[in-house]
Design a protein around this ligand. Sequence first.
Ligand code: GUN
Length: 289
Amino acid sequence: MSARLIDGNALARSIRDDVARRVAALAARPACAGGPVVPGLAVVLVGEDAASAVYVRNKVKDCGEVGIASTLDRLPADTSEATLLARIAELNADTKVHGILVQLPLPQHIDAHRVIEAISPAKDADGFHVGNVGQLVVGRPLFRPCTPYGVMRMLEHAGTRLDGAEAVVIGRSNIVGKPQALMLLAAGATVTICHSRTKDLAAHTRRADVLVAAVGRPNLVTADMVKPGATVIDVGMNRGADGKLCGDVDFAGVREVAGAITPVPGGVGPMTRAMLLVNTLEAAERSAG
Ligand code: GUN
């Protein structure tokens, strides 16, 4: 039997509609409640990476569609770390800016960790600052990283039971794998993190009621690795040999075994974009009291 499809495009649309309503409410705030506030996101791109340029353009476009004000700083590839840090300090001090996002990867001569740590934790729309990672670890999240946050919303929408479930995350990145594991843990799942050094990947994945693949390897997850009825979330975004976008999961094979599955494209990608809007809006709501 074919798995139920978890439609990221449709869910992202409903989240954007909700964000737009809340943005409008902030903009209509009466003077007695502090006056109108327009949520603001500052996006910074350093260098000419083509994929990053597309991502930031989409982020800015999404903001415009829901009424969030956004700025895009496009800095040349040879921008010094000191110049970038000075720009971040300006954005930290700018009261019109509620969220700051520095697109990764950064050029090699810039220490990405130092840059992330320079962003005010109260404006860290990516949730990458160690302060925000710590908040997530202790179960009091402020900003949650957008991709795993979007995955949690998809699981909730799909009605996937997490309390007591076996969850397996493939990938241990700071952006997806590690925060995903923490969020699943907080939801009551028993979590295993697998990665490139894991000895018998299939032995782990076959136990999973919830399987999240976030490694960037086309067709890594095949049907024989999936427990019948499992929910399979594909975070991968790869170009296949045919030039087409594909995930980490062999979609055609796995959909015959899984209970629910996300497609690529149209799955996690649009949700990541939607959750950045949520994070920016919520930062503005917090600053507005
Ligand atoms: N590069 C790839 N994904 C992301 C993301 O979620 N945030 C930032 N800042 N850079 C990225």
